[in-house]
Design a protein around this ligand. Structure first.
Ligand SMILES: *[C@@H]1O[C@H](CO)[C@@H](O)[C@H](O)[C@H]1NC(C)=O
Ligand SMILES: *[C@@H]1O[C@H](CO)[C@@H](O)[C@H](O)[C@H]1NC(C)=O
Ligand SMILES: *[C@@H]1O[C@H](CO)[C@@H](O)[C@H](O)[C@H]1NC(C)=O
Ligand SMILES: *[C@@H]1O[C@H](CO)[C@@H](O)[C@H](O)[C@H]1NC(C)=O
Length: 302
């Protein structure tokens, strides 16, 4: 009799336990190639932070980052330092100069500008810009925005093998007859690396991770280092995850939500609310509590 009762109890408990431990609660995190995509980023609609929706796409195991200036391959996401490292195949580096306005540059939608910005340590080297470029307005006055960024700049970049092929015409700096062939700027100086608008033929981008000065331009890290900002949403997400939820947002893409399995909360999964779904789970909890009491009772009866 006791054995039969125990079997019945186990059969009754299995669905209850399955329901109180929803399997889909781990489903917002994903992987693309060897890159982990986690909060605030996500590859599924409704997951992550609303400021980063429709930003990342996984295509043939390549994680792609899409903004108004184009698509970039994501090489790394550093969650501790809140940054992404991007690669643009049409970007110049130390081995090759790509001209013909083929590069993306970096222009972010105004709605995303608060969340995403190239790091202040990132140097953009603009190459082959026309004398009429907005960069050189006021030239030959002393107001060129060109400057070294994190001890990286064009003077050193000219030392790269890529320049042996075309050879820099250091007109601005050496002869004073025209603007320089290359002008390095931090993103903040111009707020948009739009090669068309700046009338530039190409660009390169390098960043410095080490606090100490890195070696020559052949040792620079080429790519675009982008910082992301959450404005305190980490606290919302931490509280949500601590109570067993998943961080996401409403389909309208504005309000943050904590997804608690059978219901969605605007704070966390422990919060009080009046959803009918939650009442069902209270019933489930009551049932589980009753069954556990019954098992304990049986145990002490023996
Ligand atoms: C870049 O500038 C050009 C010319 O001003 C403009 O037509 C284009 O939309 C801009 N590109 C981006 C991505 O903003
Ligand atoms: C992914 O793998 C590539 C080479 O297979 C490696 O260069 C890169 O550092 C890896 N990225 C991460 C985030 O582990
Ligand atoms: C940038 O640094 C190089 C070498 O360190 C120096 O020769 C050059 O004058 C600097 N350029 C600017 C614009 O400060
Ligand atoms: C909770 O929100 C997510 C994302 O907006 C949605 O896909 C899901 O259906 C919602 N769940 C409930 C129970 O309303």
């Amino acid at each position: 009799m006791a054995h039969l009762l125990f079997t019945l109890l186990v059969q009754a408990l299995i669905p209850v336990l399955a329901q109180t431990n929803p399997i889909h609660v781990k489903s917002c995190r994903s992987y693309c190639g060897n890159i982990t995509v986690d909060y605030p980023f996500a590859l599924k609609p409704g997951c992550g932070h609303p400021g980063f929706q429709d930003l990342l796409f996984c295509i043939n195991d390549f994680l792609m980052f899409h903004i108004s200036s184009g698509s970039y391959r994501v090489l790394d996401i550093d969650y501790a330092y809140q940054s992404l490292t991007l690669h643009d195949p049409h970007m110049s580096n130390c081995d090759a100069i790509v001209l013909g306005n083929r590069g993306n540059g970096f222009v972010v939608e105004s709605s995303r500008a608060a969340f995403l910005n190239p790091s202040p340590d990132n140097a953009f080297m603009l190459i082959g810009c026309s004398p009429g470029s907005p960069l050189f307005q006021g030239f030959p006055g002393k107001h060129l925005p060109c400057r070294n960024v994190s001890s990286m700049g064009c003077e050193e970049y000219y030392g790269c093998p890529a320049w042996n092929v075309i050879g820099p015409k250091r007109v601005g700096s050496v002869y004073g007859t025209g603007p320089p062939e290359c002008c390095s700027v931090p993103f903040d100086a111009i707020r948009a690396i739009n090669l068309t608008k700046l009338e530039c033929q190409g660009y390169s981008s390098a960043y410095n991770l080490a606090p100490v000065r890195s070696g020559g331009p052949d040792e620079w890290a080429y790519g675009i280092r982008v910082k992301y900002t959450l404005f305190g949403s980490e606290a919302f997400c931490t509280a949500c995850e601590a109570t067993g939820g998943l961080c996401g947002y409403e389909i309208d893409g504005v309000k943050e939500l904590c997804m608690c399995g059978s219901w969605n909360s605007t704070s966390n999964c422990d919060s009080v609310h009046s959803s009918s779904n939650r009442q069902i789970s209270y019933l489930v909890d009551t049932r589980a509590g009753f069954l556990i009491s019954l098992i304990l009772w049986m145990y002490y009866q023996r």
